[in-house]
Design a protein around this ligand. Structure first.
Ligand SMILES: [Zn+2]
Length: 75
């Protein structure tokens, strides 16, 4: 797939990007690409999602320049 994509809502030109995961507070290199995790979310007693051993894929987000619609893809 290239860097251009048509909006699924209005067929306008969309720009590739990604959703940032800020990660731990105070960490300098904390920014990560938001991940898609397989399976329903199960949270532990501290509110954190249990993701160990689950499939994890980076989320690609296409933003429509015409209407602002966001199309999310996981490859
Ligand atoms: Zn659009």
């Amino acid at each position: 797939m290239g860097d251009s994509q048509s909006c699924s809502r209005c067929q306008g030109p969309s720009t590739v990007g990604f959703l940032e995961d800020k990660g731990e507070r105070g960490s300098i290199n904390a920014s990560r690409v938001l991940s898609w995790i397989s399976g329903a979310a199960k949270t532990g007693p501290l509110g954190g999602a249990k993701v160990l051993g689950k499939e994890r894929l980076p989320v690609t987000a296409y933003r429509c320049e015409a209407c602002g619609h966001l199309d999310l893809f996981v490859h």
